[in-house]
Design a protein around this ligand. Structure first.
Ligand SMILES: NC(=O)c1ccc[n+]([C@@H]2O[C@H](COP(=O)([O-])OP(=O)(O)OC[C@H]3O[C@@H](n4cnc5c(N)ncnc54)[C@H](OP(=O)(O)O)[C@@H]3O)[C@@H](O)[C@H]2O)c1
Length: 347
């Protein structure tokens, strides 16, 4: 079979490397947390909103909620794509209710229109779970703007969700009162937050130059840091006002979605990413697990303001500690940027 001893030993090395690689991959998968479905709050019939539900992690999250019998609103900027998702999910489960509604987070007007439409058509029972999942990842070295003139990542990933959450709080509060249990807000952040650095004098990088690394866009990292600070301050304000709503931030891990697959990285980075993905990459269904855990686990009923990864609490001591002053400042700046009226905010 082999023409020489070199070919034989090469073959042996390939086999050994493959066995070890797949062994490590298998082990990493086994060591990861999983949603404990024996300890879930019953969400059948409850109303859930998932932003960015037309693809990747959001789409997988919707399917998990539908399987559990929830009424799921797919809040998407592309309604045709969202309807295709509904059909695909319907071919796998007939459980729950799936409704596609238009939401473009890069437009404050669209966020407000979405909330008005939701209140009119589906606000009867309130809102039990809001998943702030949608996200854009800027191509490296490019600065784009939203309809309202905000830097795109900050505008979509943080400001759009900031306004949406505030406007939906009365509905979350309503469901909590009717169901006599806390409603939940889950914001999908990222480990990239650790590379974020907010300059409160120039949040949109209008005056200062931005510095992208080979792996991450500064804008993406900043928007994800903003997600974490938002989660911290939101939980604090909810607690202070005794609103029965919990807030969690989630790092989904490295998930094989458009965000990761279509990013125009330099070749060396692509190789590093390929290796990382091979060993640690999750399917969108696996990437949705921590979101589902935070949305439904009974263990978290009395927790709020924390961050989770692999269905486990992600310790603050293992990553840069969030600054409470920054969280407060970001909240106040965000209120001004999205023109949140005093009468519109419960907090
Ligand atoms: N994949 C990862 O490894 C990873 C790691 C850490 C964090 N995350 C975070 O996980 C979340 C989901 O990302 P993903 O990986 O599932 O990416 P994805 O497959 O690209 O999905 C992103 C979703 O967000 C939607 N979206 C983008 N801009 C929007 C806007 N202006 N208004 C409304 N919806 C918008 C997209 O809509 P269209 O379908 O119309 O494009 C899509 O449904 C993001 O917040 C991301 O930052 C992902």
């Amino acid at each position: 079979m082999f023409c020489c001893s070199f070919c034989l030993s090469l073959f042996n090395w390939i086999i050994i490397t493959a066995v070890i690689s797949f062994g490590i991959k298998f082990l990493i998968k086994k060591l990861r947390g999983h949603v404990d479905i024996t300890n879930e709050v019953d969400i059948s019939g409850k109303t859930v909103i998932v932003t960015g539900a037309s693809d990747g992690i959001g789409k997988a999250t919707v399917e998990e909620f539908a399987t559990r019998g929830a009424r799921v609103i797919l809040a998407c900027r592309n309604l045709q794509k969202a309807e295709r998702c509904v059909q695909q999910i319907r071919s796998r489960t007939t459980n729950g209710e799936l409704i596609a509604l238009h939401l473009n987070l890069s437009s404050l007007k669209s966020v407000r229109n979405f909330v008005t439409e939701f209140n009119q058509k589906y606000g009867d029972k309130g809102l039990s779970i809001l998943v702030n999942n949608a996200g854009v990842g800027n191509p490296l070295g490019v600065r784009k703007l939203t309809e309202d003139g905000f830097e795109e990542s900050f505008g979509v990933n943080h400001l759009g969700h900031f306004l949406l959450t505030n406007l939906l709080l009365p509905q979350l509060d309503k469901a909590a009162k009717e169901e006599e249990m806390p409603s939940r807000i889950v914001t999908v952040s990222s480990g990239a937050a650790r590379f974020g650095k907010l300059n409160f004098e120039d949040l949109m990088f209008e005056k200062t130059p931005f510095v992208d690394t080979a792996f991450f866009s500064q804008f993406l990292c900043n928007s994800k840091l903003a997600n974490n600070l938002f989660n911290l301050e939101l939980a604090k304000r909810l607690r202070a006002k005794k609103v029965n709503v919990r807030s969690y931030a989630v790092c989904p891990g490295v998930v094989e979605t458009n965000t990761v697959l279509e990013f125009p990285f330099p070749p060396v980075v692509k190789i590093v990413l390929w290796i990382t993905r091979f060993f640690m990459g999750k399917t969108p269904k696996e990437g949705a697990e921590t979101t589902v855990y935070c949305s439904t686990s009974k263990y978290l009923t009395h927790h709020s303001g924390e961050m989770y990864r692999n269905c486990e609490f992600w310790d603050y001591s293992k990553r840069p500690k969030l600054n409470e002053q920054d969280a407060k400042l970001l909240w106040e700046k965000s209120e001004k940027l999205v023109l949140l009226g005093r009468d519109e905010s419960m907090l």
